[in-house]
Design a protein around this ligand. Structure first.
Ligand SMILES: CC(C)(COP(=O)(O)OP(=O)(O)OC[C@H]1O[C@@H](n2cnc3c(N)ncnc32)[C@H](O)[C@@H]1OP(=O)(O)O)[C@@H](O)C(=O)NCCC(=O)NCCS
Length: 206
């Protein structure tokens, strides 16, 4: 893929931009910014592909949170949360974390979010909770890069299987998953609230 892209961890200051992407991509089924916050707070592993040549989206002033990272605070409070993304093996944190990033306002240097993916881990399983690519970046290998990254991280976590749900009429996503060796293991009827569409449950073995 041409351009200057990198994959990094999703931080709280990316969530408003992600919520806007959710709305544009998923319409009435979009996850709200609040729901995305709770995904981070639960310690799920959210990663984004950043187009570093394009300035990042505007974000809320961090001062309103007293300079702290509310994601970390929430994460600490989340009952029974799995291992924090901070401790995820192989985390490169290239999209901004830590003191250096805080000092430089690294959120603005992260670049535009081309796509993102979120994974939840249990001992031996990984669940892909979400994967989405900005329309302007589709068919350029963004989702494939996010999949490669998340599968490598799933392996590093010791996951033996990866699961996901996909709308039965979502051909692009199903093609993508087929390429990675996912296979159908069941159907959840009327899974998507607003359309009543069924979801196929898919699995791949690592
Ligand atoms: C599905 C989605 C994530 C794919 O993202 P992407 O970055 O365009 O995917 P890639 O460029 O990495 O494509 C990888 C492969 O997936 C398949 N694919 C992707 N988009 C496709 C499409 N519109 N039609 C058919 N196959 C498609 C192809 O096999 C493609 O390989 P190819 O381009 O060499 O033919 C993107 O279309 C998207 O965000 N859709 C809306 C959100 C969504 O449905 N998410 C999944 C929820 S389960």
């Amino acid at each position: 893929m041409n351009g200057d892209f990198r994959i990094g961890r999703v931080r709280w200051w990316h969530l408003s931009a992600m919520a806007r992407m959710e709305s544009a991509i998923f319409g009435p089924e979009a996850w709200s910014e609040g729901l995305l916050w709770s995904e981070l707070a639960a310690g799920h592993d959210y990663r984004a592909l950043f187009d570093v040549a394009v300035p990042g989206h505007a974000v809320a002033d961090r001062a309103e949170f007293g300079g702290a990272d509310p994601g970390s605070a929430l994460s600490d409070r989340a009952a029974g949360a799995p291992a924090s993304a901070d401790r995820t093996p192989g985390a490169d944190d290239s999209a901004g974390s830590g003191a250096a990033d805080r000092a430089s306002g690294g959120r603005d240097a992260d670049g535009r979010i081309a796509g993102y993916a979120g994974t939840a881990f249990t001992d031996t399983e990984a669940w892909i909770n979400n994967i989405a690519v900005d329309e302007a970046y589709r068919r350029r290998g963004v989702a494939s890069m996010l999949m490669d990254d998340l599968l490598a991280r799933a392996r590093a976590h010791g996951a033996k299987s990866v699961f996901l749900e996909v709308a039965v009429d979502n051909v692009p996503a199903q093609r993508l998953y087929d390429r990675y060796g996912f296979y159908g293991i069941g159907v959840r009827k009327n899974y998507y609230q607003h359309t009543g569409t069924d979801a196929a449950v898919m699995r791949m073995d690592l």
